[in-house]
Design a protein around this ligand. Sequence first.
Ligand code: AMP
Length: 543
Amino acid sequence: MTASFHDLGLAPELLTTLQSLGYAEPTPIQAQAIPPLLAGQDVLGQAQTGTGKTAAFTLPALQNLDANGLQVLILTPTRELAIQVAEAVHRYGSGIGVRVLPIYGGQSYDRQIRRLRKGVQVVVGTPGRTLDLIDKKELNVRDVRYLVLDEADEMLKMGFIEDIELILKTTDASERQTSLFSATFTDTIRRLAQKYMRDPLQVSVEFEEATCTNVNQRYYVVQEDQKVAALSRLLEVENQKNTLIFTRTKIGAAELAETLMMRGYPAAAIHGDLSQAERERIVGRFRSRDLTILVATDVMARGVDIPDVSHVINYDIPQLSNEYVHRIGRTGRAGRSGDAITLVTPRQRRLLKMIEDFIGKPITRSKLPDRETVLQRRESIFKAGLLEQIGTYVDGSDEPLLDELLAMGYSAEQVAAGIIKSLRAQQTQRPLEEIREVTSSRELPQQRAKKSGRYGSHEPGMVRLCMNVGRSNGLRPADVVYSIASKANIPGSVIGAIDIQHHETYLDIPDSHVDVVLHEMKHYKIRGQMMKLARANERERAR
Ligand code: AMP
């Protein structure tokens, strides 16, 4: 039995946040690293992206946070990672109201210095800019009690070793708890650990190699609200024998199974409210092909022995890369071939990239079957069924009816056509919804060109949005970035120009993220004000 987050000793506020994020249980690196970090021990962790390492070092930092002053410093190799980690700190600390600032090169010093002067508790920085700000006496890291070197191997590859050592020397070693996370351990990393860490506890997650060489891995980019339509199309054209579909939540699993049943598929979910015996019974029906589709969450699928399947479908892309490997390992076993299909919404492309990095190879993007293909496929299935009937027709019990019809003067062709028509009418008509194609980011420029204008963005690929909150409400750019990045779960770095005016604010959001931002920010309060967000040109037209 795996430990729960509660067993690891985390505080109630953090547990509530984790629950609201839908994290069912700690990942291996979290289970191993959180207890010693909470106890104040130095930790040397071997873990790559996608294992949940960020939460592993962030949660203990948040739990031990005091009200004032800079206490936590996290060093990361790149600006993107600094922003991502700062977003994670913000997200995990949403229950306790943490003040965190990412600092990195390429952004003006002024902005970062202003924020630092206002006071922050956590800084996530790239080594170069962090050192610059220390030299300028704008960043005082002497009292940092919790220091993390994230992706240490990458930082060293980028030549940051001297900067890192200088930063470490500036902090008070006797007060400092240090942890280091790295995908690989080189001699330099070991030396660094020996020199600056106190008797570190070494933890590691087994490196899981994706051995699924005979699995055909594909992904499809679809909008969240079109996933059922996309899945339906795939189920119609794939040659699946038995399919295991993964969803993120158990409610999602039950709902999807219900939808598929309504569409005439023999599907069932193994969900949380079932006893072990009931789950086993459903899996038994799946094994005997009474059911051909099983819908499950990662946790649910773990406790039962599911047979090899022809298709694994990630209806919801897994958050954790090793979970992806677990999931697709359910197909292509014992030398057989298998298909692993992942539905990815535009905003989840980052997760996909993380999985690709983790498994060390790209996953092929595919195009959903078009209406024509689905209709042709339906027709060929219908024809095959008809031919089967014709081929196996042996008993003569229907001959009197046939003779009667022919005697009435109908030709054999007319009778056959009538029968085919009535058979068609009996077929279950599955819905075949329209699907809006999601263009890849490379295809966007032509679309973008059309959109610029006074109230459109001037930057290619960006759409200008307008919201009803501005300077008069005390709004600052950082509020905009953090609110949108955390609520809509997009990287803050992709948000473009922000123009805060007296009563309203204009901001640029990449085309590919606009729908999700508009959808997620519907009922959101910012600076105490209910936020109304719309495309700038639409707002203007509505006036
Ligand atoms: P990381 O390896 O830190 O980059 O995390 C990878 C992804 O896993 C992030 O999107 C996290 O939100 C997600 N994640 C972290 N911990 C858990 C967990 N215990 N359960 C589910 N998802 C998680």
